[in-house]
Design a protein around this ligand. Sequence first.
Ligand SMILES: [Fe+2]
Length: 453
Amino acid sequence: MRSAVPQHQTNQQVSYSCWFNACYSFSALGFLRPLSVAVQKNNFRRLLRTVEAVSDLGPEITAEREFPQTARAMVSALMQAADAREVALFSFSDKPSMLVSIASDGFALMPEPAIIPLLPRHVHALITARGPVVLTSSSYSIFLSSNGNVAPELFRCIAPLKVGGKLVGMAALGRREADALYAAEELDALDLLCNYVALAIQNHTLAQSLAQRVGENLRLMASLHGFYDTALEAFAAAIDVKHINIHGHSLRVGRYAAGIGEAMGMEPGDVAALRSAGYLHDIGKVAVDKRLFGKPSALDPEEFREMADHTIVGHQIVSGVQFPWPRIPEIVRSHHERGDGSGYPDGLVMDDVAMPVRIIGLADTFDAMTSERPYREPLSVGSTLSEIVRLAPQKFDPNAVQGLLLQVRRDAVGSNRAPFLEDRTGLNIAPGDIDQLAASLQHKISHGRMYLT
Ligand SMILES: [Fe+2]
């Protein structure tokens, strides 16, 4: 629970400050003036009891504990200070205006929670009341309505709880021993204690409202993320609508890239970013002549340049968009770069290209090789992986390739909950062959021409 006093104050300090405030308040009220005359024996005992209750309450309301426990401690302190047999503590909530019980003790019949709806005139009367009020048969209806699940007649005395002039709750007292009336001493003691109780309830209400808002924001963000994913999937499908040969390409690249990232041990947020980047990596193809996608032979140099420009056009498109993942423009531009500088559009080498870009480049290549083209049949998964391992680490990042091998192997042994390759080209490679490829890749990294740190 949030403290009603500054966090840097210790419980001991709280007790001291409560003691000081209690003494000061009682002085101001005339209890200690002059001590020998005005303070009768009973009043002095009451004063001590109240100060004790205030001192005890400080640590209670500043302790890190559940609020119901603190509320029960506040009820005990109120019983002690006002010498009451029955006490209920309510918090006030607006819209609609009502009092809801948070703790009670001594009442034979007190529902949990007890609810008292309030009309505007009740709220006004509680806010303008100057301290605790002894209720009479004619004054119940001024402060409380009878429309709740508890009869106001149970209460003999009420103390509106206010912070900064705002109503935050109410302490309601029932009978005392031998049905004694609440006299000025009890009301003064109650008034003093209620300042602390009001602060504790307000802090709790604020903490609850903050938690509720954070929860609402998280739910909103989650729904936005869901919406975002769905929107990007639709976008990916729209990018690939140009020709039957590339149908589903962007969605698959998103799925492969996310799978590779996951196999490499990336955080869930980074994996989600890879999936989205895969969906959007070819966005520049919306500007490429549809005819080029269905050409039954290899592209001539002019056509190749137009096709290659999809990286630059795509970069221009996404650069003006505020994505939750900052690398999207970089990925869109550089996913055709290769480790040895043979890629396009900028001829970057491996060290110039970030890992997410390398992963998208690998996922894109894997899907392109295993897909049918107008001028060739699709390569099998086994042949594609052999070729990729042959080209690593010069063209492809070896760690990303290891991630790809791991995911395909999981498919081969049936350990992937959601298949990595889904309905893609039939898996024609045995786990042992994938292990051989992995060993070959490892050998190239550790004993071949390139050493990685
Ligand atoms: Fe591309």
